[in-house]
Design a protein around this ligand. Structure first.
Ligand code: NAP
Length: 452
């Protein structure tokens, strides 16, 4: 596996892959570790997750640098990501026991209840875009519930994958409760097929989700899929444009636009579209593109050359179909995987950026004539992950939020993940939920116990 710095297109390090035999041996060891791990108390697991949170915080500079070097995220976002992982560890350390306590149900039995028991070995296939957060938001609830984990991380972040495994060891977790598999995606199906593996969760593209879900289905195993999104950012005629434009920039530019819940389609009422576009242009043209290690940089490189090419093609095709270029639309004059923040106007049905997920720094502005049209356009997507609506009237916002077909809607706030709230999508954005009580209950046996 190769780790390449996308800011410089420079090879950082090569890591050896695991062979098929190594993988079988790791799965066996993980399964064995699970037999005793599931018998440990919540208090014991809590202690270890508290250690892990402390280690993340103590080592955050090194870990953040590693992330920035491997996939180009700007350093202040990397630091925030490590802090968020520590927060998730603390959150599940504190709450897992109460989330999974027996639920008494009154029936004709002398006592009947629902118990939540671990499933065993869970495989996590994870993406590179939030290389720490995606893993921790799966691992903290799953391990606190008494499961053990196998991580197959994205091939371009092997350094992060190994650093995470090392953190679990340093925090005092028993060996093989959390193991990293250094394998290409072609070996994932064999892992799912292994009889020791009980379930799989994947965060990534629809193509990867489809192949993981069909392998899981073939072997009757539970799967959770967190896939792509093309979130609507709806600007109503009464929106406060100061806040809205600031949020639009943050919501789209986070991680150089490479976030599943980034705002992607800006659906703007015709009465404010001129002013919105003007202010957006002012804000976006002031962003500083540069070295992601520099704390003053707003916009670093994208994670891989092929990701730049994908976005470039989507923008080009949309311009050819009649979209108007307001800003950007090209690579800056510097080496590395950079693409300028780009604003497109007059985006319409039929254009690539209207229908496809744009996984890069592209603002696609779609003008609408009414609230009803805004809702219709927002729902005219094969994805259903998140979205937000901007208005001075929170009740109006809530009414619209209820009508949008997604797993989450925010009123006067950008879509974000929060350990206290469930996260996941509908339609082609996947199924199942992560985070909150819903997330920790995805990988447990919801077991009825009836006592006569
Ligand atoms: P990707 O190619 O699907 O990769 C994600 C993971 O899946 C990687 O570990 C990858 O391994 C693996 N993988 C790829 N093809 C596979 C296959 N056929 N069978 C089994 N595993 C396979 O994803 P990406 O394009 O790099 O990441 C961006 C996508 O992820 C976007 O669509 C984004 O919206 C989505 N995403 C969703 C969420 C969410 O929570 N909903 C969060 C973040 C990202 P290799 O690297 O070895 O190929």
């Amino acid at each position: 596996m190769r780790s390449v710095n996308p800011a410089l297109n420079r090879l950082l390090r090569e890591y050896p892959d695991h062979s098929a035999e190594d993988v079988t041996a790791i799965i066996e060891k993980t399964w064995k570790a699970g037999l005793s791990w599931k018998e440990t108390s919540f208090a014991f697991r809590e202690g270890l997750f508290r250690n892990l949170a402390a280690l993340l915080r103590a080592d955050k500079d090194r870990l953040a640098r590693l992330m920035t070097e491997e996939m180009g995220k700007i350093i202040r976002e990397s630091l925030a990501e490590i802090e968020k992982c520590a927060m998730a560890c603390d959150y599940y350390a504190e709450n897992a026991e109460s989330m999974l306590k027996d639920e008494m149900v009154s029936t004709d039995a002398s006592r009947s209840f629902v118990a939540f028991q671990p499933l065993g070995v869970i495989l996590a296939v994870m993406p590179w875009n939030f290389p720490f957060w995606q893993v921790f938001r799966f691992a903290a609830p799953s391990l606190m519930a008494g499961n053990v984990a196998l991580l197959k991380h994205a091939s371009n972040v092997p350094g992060c994958a190994l650093a995470i495994e090392e953190l679990f060891t340093k925090a005092g977790f028993p060996e093989n409760v959390f193991s990293t598999l250094m394998i290409p995606s072609s070996m994932v199906e064999a892992v799912i097929t292994n009889q020791r593996v009980q379930a799989v969760t994947l965060t990534g593209s629809g193509a990867a989700g489809g192949s993981v879900a069909s392998a899981a289905a073939k072997h009757i195993k539970k799967a959770v899929l967190e896939l792509g999104g093309s979130d609507a950012f709806i600007v109503l005629d009464d929106a406060d444009l100061d806040n809205t434009v600031k949020a639009a920039v943050t919501g789209r530019m986070i991680n150089q636009g490479q976030s599943c819940i980034a705002a992607k389609r800006f659906i703007v009422d015709e009465t404010v579209v001129e002013e919105f576009t003007l202010r957006l242009l002012r804000a976006v043209s002031g962003l500083k593109t540069g070295d992601p290690m520099d704390p003053a940089t707003d916009m670093g490189p994208m994670a891989r050359p092929d990701l730049v090419e994908d976005v470039e093609k989507q923008v080009q095709k949309s311009l050819e179909s009649g979209a108007t270029l307001v800003y950007g639309g090209k690579r800056p004059q510097r080496p590395g995987c950079y693409y300028l923040p780009t604003i497109l106007r007059n985006v319409r049905k039929g254009m690539a950026v209207y229908h496809e997920e744009t996984f890069g720094p592209v603002f696609s502005i779609i003008t609408v004539k009414s609230e009803e049209e805004a809702i219709a356009v927002a729902n005219d997507s094969e994805f259903g992950l998140g979205g937000c609506v901007w208005t001075k009237d929170p009740e109006r916002g809530e009414k619209i939020a209820r009508k949008i077909e997604t797993g989450a809607m925010f009123v006067n706030g950008i879509t974000k993940s929060d350990p206290r709230l469930p996260f996941g999508g509908i339609k082609k954005s996947g199924y199942g939920r992560e985070l909150a009580t819903y997330g920790i209950r995805e990988f447990v046996n919801i077991k009825t116990i009836w006592i006569g």
